[in-house]
Design a protein around this ligand. Sequence first.
Ligand code: ZN
Length: 217
Amino acid sequence: MEYDWLTVGLIVLGVVWGLTGIEILLGPISWIIAKIFNLEKTFADECEPVRRIGLKIVVDKSYQRIRNYSQRIKDLVNAASEQFRKQFKIEFYIQEIVLLEYRVKSLKVFLGWLKFEFPVTPQSDFDLVIGFAGKPYDFSTGGMAYFLGNYAVIKRSWYKDKTLIHEIGHLFGADDYEGLSNYFSVMNYYAPFWLKFFDLEQGKIVYSNKWKNFRTG
Ligand SMILES: [Zn+2]
């Protein structure tokens, strides 16, 4: 049998395009649209004070074998902090990184456990608790958070800074978008992974909670 290399080539190209094409195509297009229409709004004034939020980070045992995991976590928090600083003048700092002795199997159970294990009270020196799990069984979700609460959990993955910003968004009262309306928002599941800003509607909500007291207990 003789191969028609052009056909084989086109099939291979088609499969690769099918797997990655949507992101490759939508990525640059949506970036250009976001820039042209100035969709990334800044909500805070230049002279406004910065709100500093302390994060207690809890990672499961799977992080033990990742080289420089604490530096990677710091980079991740810095990326989220940069986005929140740009739009709201909110910054995050790491109060502590806790390494667990076991692997997390369920994000949902992890979320409840964090609340039990690390209560946030008026005496606490942190505001939010963010848990990271290597390979939990929940396939459908990249993260979970309590709406306007203190706790969020995130599955380790390569688009994780979008997930971290998204989940912290829930802690500041932002809601999910699931359809293609409001596509240009970190709160939309279908937005490209590099789109990390809040749209006007959800951004207003986050900004209204800028000075929320998280250490209520
Ligand atoms: Zn969400």
